[in-house]
Design a binder for this molecule. Structure first.
Ligand SMILES: [Zn+2]
Ligand SMILES: [Zn+2]
Length: 240
């Protein structure tokens, strides 16, 4: 269900596909049928841990090989290009909640192709800083997580808080990003009891270096979570 204003805008403004600008009827989602069916899958061969690009026959990419992580696994529903990138742009920079809901439904649908993401006890959305959430009007990761929760029946825990704001760019390098996010996420005191012993699947919109998932997972594991993995709508950071 859209809000009153979303419905009003739908009536007042002609709607176009968020990717190819083709005219849409009011009944459709934010993408035309063709674009919705053409979400690009993450490319193969991918690192078995982070789903990032890897070279040759080794199972891990250069960044994951020989390292241990709090976030055991990262997967994505799509590669961050084409219609998937347009959806992200629509919910991140153009305030489109329907685009976020469509992305969340695509994540839920793609779960069946990723059996390694089965067996988790709860979902946790990656939080954004409260100031950014006020500006945008919502946390897009929470909208994605609600769709995945509705499709899987998994509980969605409001377990993490963002302590401070960071630069909005996820294009920073891995080392810069790591330094910037160090200690940026904390488990809410009232949620700690719900996290302890749980296998938690983190939900976010875009994974690039995997640093956000790692910092969130580290906070959750610190609070006693038994396992943590990350599931993003779109995987960025591939050379295209
Ligand atoms: Zn289209
Ligand atoms: Zn990797």
């Amino acid at each position: 269900m859209g809000t009153y204003w979303e419905l009003a805008l739908d009536i007042l403004l002609p709607r176009a596909c968020a990717h190819c600008r083709e005219d849409l009827s009011r009944a459709s989602g934010p993408l035309c049928r063709e674009c919705a069916c053409a979400l690009p899958p993450p490319p193969e061969p991918a690192c078995v841990r982070c789903a990032g690009r890897r070279e040759g026959a080794a199972p891990f990419c250069a960044a994951c090989a020989g390292r241990r992580f709090s976030c055991r696994l990262i997967r994505a529903a799509a590669a961050h290009r084409g219609p998937a990138a347009s959806l992200v742009h629509a919910f991140k920079f153009r305030g489109s909640k329907p685009a976020a809901r469509a992305a969340g439904r695509a994540m839920a649908a793609a779960l069946s192709l990723r059996p390694e993401l089965a067996g988790f006890d709860a979902l946790v959305a990656v939080p954004i800083h409260p100031r950014r959430e006020r500006e945008r009007g919502y946390n897009q990761a929470e909208i994605l997580a609600r769709e995945v929760a509705a499709a899987t029946g998994l509980p969605l825990l409001d377990a993490l808080a963002r302590r401070r704001a960071s630069a909005p760019s996820w294009r920073l390098g891995r080392v810069e990003r790591r330094a910037e996010l160090e200690g940026a996420y904390a488990v809410r005191a009232e949620a700690a009891a719900h996290v302890a012993g749980k296998r938690v699947l983190l939900i976010d919109d875009v994974a690039a270096t995997g640093t956000t998932f790692e910092e969130c997972a580290s906070a959750l594991r610190g609070a006693g979570a038994a396992d943590a993995a990350g599931y993003a709508f779109a995987r960025a950071g591939y050379a295209t």
